[in-house]
Ligand binder design. Structure first.
Ligand code: NAD
Ligand code: DAU
Length: 339
């Protein structure tokens, strides 16, 4: 069994590779990654010398190169994590999101059609459903919830999902799609809420909370997401969408205060800043389908997962220090300077 994992030098893709190499030691895993600002080769150092692992630096939009890799590796399964993933960057510059997230997905599926695979899996997001109101805690996203996007990022992911379903119907490509809620855990790039707050707090820097901090996200420990994808690619039904989420809704401000408490930092570091444009209010996944069909349930409670995550950042300072000392400084200034 050979699996091509795209975007495997990023946050969730790398955790997926670690999980799969342990769970299926007889599989060959080929990681295809462009190494954008969000991809980090040092993340994959622990597996780089494994005989059944190969890393290839490549852009999923590079049709010729992608076809060459498929010709060489003849993958059975493709799991597409590769994407521009940060909402704020998509608001600043949408184009690369359309290129990678939509056109890149098309190139990968064209390669799958040309060379034949048993499964193409698209890693999508709950953001394709738009948002839910705060005063209706009874509402959740199901797989039937209409697509209703808010940002260039979520629109690009929704477009890719539609393209996957179209390739299934038109070309009979064996696709599946998973739509997960917010992940947290090791190797999360420090532009995202939880790692950004941990890293800033450790430096006694202001903790920039958008708006009033009341927006709600449904947090899932990254390994639980990886386990769900492993189930879907093996036993999930072709042509189907599976929502993944653990019923763990929290307001942003509560997360930031929790991080302050855990790191023994004063809440006076919290700084309310101008809200994100088009900011989604609440995400909440109904994971009944994946539970009923595949027996998936989240295993890591938030109380445990956040401790594991904070401990990981405390013990892997060199990983994130290297990131924040580079071009990240310019990004931070652009995004937060004078906000
Ligand atoms: P990330 O930004 O940490 O990693 C993305 C990876 O993709 C990086 O390694 C990057 O180098 C690579 N990449 C980007 N453009 C590429 C291209 N053109 N060709 C090849 N590689 C390219 O993202 P993440 O948070 O790990 O998210 C992975 C996937 O999961 C994305 O598709 C995202 O939409 C989806 N998702 C993320 C979350 C979350 O909470 N982070 C939740 C649900 C779904
Ligand atoms: O729901 C899944 C999505 O979760 C994924 O598809 C995306 O790839 C991933 O980035 C994430 O999107 P969010 O926009 O929810 O995540 P982010 O960490 O950027 O922000 C989480 C919340 O925290 C959101 O309401 C905005 C807020 N926020 C974020 C940052 C970076 C702040 O208040 N301050 C910040 O500095």
């Amino acid at each position: 069994m050979t699996i091509i994992v795209t975007g495997g030098a990023g946050f969730i893709g790398s955790n997926f590779i670690f999980y799969m190499l342990k769970k299926h030691p007889d599989y060959r895993i080929v990681c295809l990654d462009k190494l954008t600002y969000a991809g980090n080769l040092s993340t994959l150092a622990p597996v780089m010398n494994e005989p059944n692992f190969r890393f290839v630096k490549m852009d999923i939009c590079d049709r010729q190169a992608v076809y060459g890799l498929f010709e060489e590796e003849k993958p059975d399964i493709v799991v597409n994590f590769a994407a521009e993933s940060h909402v704020d960057r998509s608001i600043e510059s949408p184009e690369i999101f359309l290129q990678t997230n939509i056109l890149g997905t098309a190139v990968l599926m064209d390669a799958c059609r040309k060379y034949g695979i048993t499964r193409y899996h698209q890693v999508s997001t709950d953001e394709v459903y738009g948002d839910l109101p705060l005063d209706r805690p009874d509402l959740f996203f199901t797989e039937e919830t209409p697509i209703h996007t808010s940002s260039p990022y979520s629109s690009s992911k929704a477009s890719a999902d539609l393209l996957c379903l179209a390739y299934h119907r038109t070309y009979d490509l064996p696709v599946s799609i998973s739509r997960c809620s917010n992940n947290y855990g090791p190797y999360h790039f420090p532009e995202k809420l939880i790692p950004l707050m941990i890293v800033n707090a450790l430096h006694d820097k202001p903790l920039p909370v958008y708006g009033q901090g009341l927006n709600v996200r449904d947090w899932l420990y990254v390994e639980d997401h990886c386990k769900a994808i492993d189930l879907v690619i093996h036993d999930g039904r072709i042509g189907e969408v599976y929502n993944i989420g653990g019923h763990n809704e929290m307001a942003n401000i509560d997360i930031v205060k929790l991080i302050c408490r855990k790191l023994n930092k004063p809440e006076s570091l919290i700084t309310y800043v101008t809200d994100r444009k088009g900011h989604d209010m609440r995400y909440a996944i109904d994971p009944t389908k994946i539970h009923n069909e595949l027996g998936w349930l989240p295993e890591t409670k938030f109380a445990e997962g956040i401790d594991l995550t904070i401990d990981w950042y405390l013990s892997h300072e060199s990983w994130w220090e290297e990131i924040i000392s580079g071009d990240y400084q310019n990004y931070y200034q652009r995004m937060y300077g004078g906000r």
